[in-house]
Write a protein that binds this ligand. Sequence first.
Ligand SMILES: [Zn+2]
Length: 181
Amino acid sequence: MVIDHRLIDFFKKHKLYNKEMFKYFEEHSTMIDPNYEDERMLTGCAYSIDRYTGILKDIHITLPYIIDESTLLDSVHELTHAIFSYYKIGKRFEKDITIETLPLLYERLYIMDNPSQKLEAYGKHLDSLIDETDPEYYFAINARETLLKSYNYNPTQMIKIVSQMGKKYYFNEWKNKHKRR
Ligand SMILES: [Zn+2]
């Protein structure tokens, strides 16, 4: 893994950097050439989950070499997935409605920390791709506004708030299903 110092500085600033964890990422990652669209599509964070126990065994990240603002922001997104999943290795892991919330939050924080027209434009472009047909992204884009209001550089607190929002979402879903007609 080739990791840009701007990303390291960003994650340090937001208290998400841990040397051991990034060493793990180095050993569990692939770099791709973002100049080729079919390679670029491979960008992502993959979870290896034991099919019998549901326990997360490993994470593998595929990141683009940094060539511009879009590759920076895509890397913030995937690394955020990896960072928050890293602590779940060895534990039961389920993808739920909140899975895209923190990556979208930290994407936005990266733009706020490094204001530039190109970054803002790419951020807007990403947001414009989201609609109700992507439940996880749709949930995330709404939750992000709430999280930004109470953002205080405390990842543990962010996790707590996000998980509460997720529970509320599932409770409302359940309530709607069981509504008396
Ligand atoms: Zn994502």
